[in-house]
Design a protein around this ligand. Sequence first.
Ligand code: DON
Length: 323
Amino acid sequence: MTDLTAVSTGRLPDRDRVRRIVDDAHARFAGVDEGRVADYIPALASADPGLFGLSMVAVDGASHDVGDTDHPFSIQSISKAFVYALVCQDLGHDEVLRRIGVDGTGLPFDSVMALELNRGAPMNPMVNAGALATTSLVAGGWEAVVDGLSAFAGRRLEVDEGVYASEAATNRRNQAIARLLQSYGTIYADPLETTDVYTRQCSLLVTTHDLGVMAATLADGGVNPITHERVVDAAVCLDVLAALATAGLYEQSGQWLATIGLPGKSGVSGGIITIAPGKGGLATFSPPLDVAGNSVRGRLATHHLSQALGLNIFASAPHPDHG
Ligand code: DON
């Protein structure tokens, strides 16, 4: 059983200061025009590169949104964090670590080679092999996925049928990964049906504000700070945040942790969630991505906010007696 007696300490600055700092972060990075909008899913290529939203949701339910935070976009890989949470809730820590794993691959998120190099072990739930294996473990299939992610968001989420159709028509690589998992016995439902559920989960529409609430639920020991519904156990949040720390930003996960010092998860549509345990959830949305597939403005704004709000989980100060 995970020991929950030791919890993250510290607080967010007061609400006015949070508002000022988040507003400032938006103004600072809105003009950055580096990166490229993802186009390997045809329906994503038409995203407006100028969209930029920031949402900070504290565990006490206070939220601050700036920019395009009501604009709906498909959640993409960020869904992996929440589907993993549902599976951790059902199966428990030991079984999930045994079946999925939690170590980085050092390879791109859709790598087939990672699976071959690791003899069919999915490695972690944030790369596609691990995400497909995770989705195959959801008791209750698609209905449970959409119910669970909606509980994290605190409202009923809907699929973007255009994005779903576009990805379903082009997701041969994910089908191949699911088949390869099947050949190793490391997927736990029909591979093509699993790929379909995974494609649907990636196509769920969210806003930046929704993602802030979802991230804040992971920061709040599994209770949605807006609806007050317990979505998952507190111990599940530990498992999810550890998986995000090791692999949430793919090959850049180490750099992310070394500069931002918080677990996070990105998606190819341009969203990033970041979780400050015991404090709150931060969500950013800006479609242009860097070479690893992470939102450029999102990464810059999150780095700035982690420092300005004092969120880095590795930061400590000497005991007062030590000067
Ligand atoms: O598997 C895929 O290709 C997408 N539906 C999700 C990819 C994704 O968001 C990767 N993230 N950075």
